[in-house]
Design a protein around this ligand. Structure first.
Ligand SMILES: *Cc1c(COP(=O)(O)O)cnc(C)c1O
Length: 387
């Protein structure tokens, strides 16, 4: 491990990519699905690219180093990463999972896993006692996502790890919103950390990718077996893109987070905005816990306008951000969770989670901060006129 993570972000994968010692400063792209073997009875490090490819290996070693785990894995998408991790479970196993989970994860856990006899209980993960109460003898996994999506709920990671350890269960954490730069989950006792690298780690709204890091060898072996069996690995060219983009994570994420704080404060003071969800605000109910386990409040915030009609005028008046699903890009992204990321969730489940018809999510990009604030100002003014 380099002395600081910013240094590892730049050099981690490149160092691992020097297998050919030619001195390239970027990791070579090994566009090879198969690898020549020198002898009939002794095979080299690589045989077939689903099982392993040097470009992917460089990325996988780099993310393992960044998260401080035993071994990393690169998947075709964040959902491929999430579902591969769940697939190490077996029929009869039970999961305790945050009710504030990513929409795609919700769909996988509720629609796919029950067909294989893997059951679950959704719990409000801001309530540690409720998590404790949901654990059963057959609970094998506690699944966290903090900050959560889209209402930025905060879960006390260390407290959940304690519950899991006391009950012989594993903990998996979706760290997409914080990146390894700002939330060191494995150091806090989490067993497996998962990323949709589509978001901040790639950071340019270009590729889909998922990354996983397992803390210990036994778990890593189980995840590797699933990765190789299911085959949803990240392609070599996307591995290259992700390696390049990871290098600038610190400058992008830190700048986006700084501006996110300014926007959150602006919205918090605006009379049309009913509620702002951002863990950097002292009024956020999870402020203290988040500050104890993360070194940034992140670059995503959500806020509630009075109604669907007001939200519609606001969205149509905003000029700078793209209006789209996803987050974590260099361009600001405005989304409407009820019809986008959480469309897969039943309306009554959405309502329980605060995903109302007036809720909007904003992922701060790298545009000029005054331009962004000016855009919010004029769009909120327009939206105010229809009240
Ligand atoms: C986007 C996202 C995912 C899924 O990742 P994909 O790359 O879209 O498959 C999982 N978890 C969180 C928190 C996300 O934001």
């Amino acid at each position: 491990m380099s002395s600081h993570i910013e240094t590892a972000l730049i050099h981690g994968a490149v160092r691992e990519g020097f297998a050919d010692k030619k001195g390239a400063v970027n990791v070579p792209m090994y566009l090879s699905s198969t690898f020549h073997q020198e002898s009939i009875d002794e095979f080299g490090e690589y045989d077939y690219a689903r099982s392993g490819n040097p470009t992917r290996a460089a990325l996988e070693k780099a993310i393992a180093e960044l998260e401080g785990g035993h071994r990393g894995f690169a998947f075709a998408t964040g959902m491929a990463a999430v579902s591969a991790c769940f697939m190490i479970l077996s029929a009869g196993d039970h999961i305790v999972i945050t009710e504030d989970v990513y929409g795609g994860t919700y769909r996988f856990v509720t629609k796919i896993l029950p067909r294989f006899g893997i059951t679950h209980t959704f719990v409000d993960f801001t309530d540690i006692e409720a998590i404790k109460a949901a654990v059963k003898p057959e609970t094998k996994l506690i699944y966290l996502e903090t900050p959560s999506n889209p209402t930025l709920g905060i879960t006390d990671i260390r407290a959940v790890v304690d519950i899991a350890k006391a009950n012989g269960a594993m903990t998996f954490l979706d760290n997409t919103f914080m990146t390894p730069l700002h939330q060191r989950s494995l150091d806090m006792g989490v067993d497996v950390v998962i990323h949709s690298a589509t978001k901040f780690l790639s950071g340019h709204s270009d590729i889909l990718a998922g990354l996983v890091v397992a803390k210990d060898e036994a778990l890593a072996d189980r995840i590797y077996f699933i990765q190789n069996s299911f085959g949803s690995v990240l392609g070599v060219q996307d591995c290259y893109t992700l390696i390049q983009n990871i290098k600038t994570t610190a400058v992008r994420f830190n700048e986006e987070s700084r501006v996110a704080m300014r926007i959150a404060e602006y919205l918090d003071a605006h009379p049309l905005v009913e509620k702002v969800y951002y863990p950097g605000l002292k009024t956020h109910p999870g402020y203290e816990i988040h500050a104890s386990q993360s070194t940034s409040a992140g670059a995503v915030l959500s806020f509630t306008l009075p109604s669907y009609d007001v939200a519609k005028v606001f969205v149509e008046a905003m000029k700078i951000p793209v209006f789209a699903v996803s987050l974590g890009g260099v361009e600001s992204i405005l989304s409407y969770p009820a019809k986008m990321s959480h469309a897969a969730m039943e309306p009554e489940e959405r309502a329980k989670r605060g995903i109302t018809d007036g809720l909007l999510r904003f992922s701060v990009g790298l545009e000029n901060e005054d331009d962004l604030l000016e855009d919010f100002k004029q769009a909120l003014e327009k939206a105010s006129t229809i009240l």
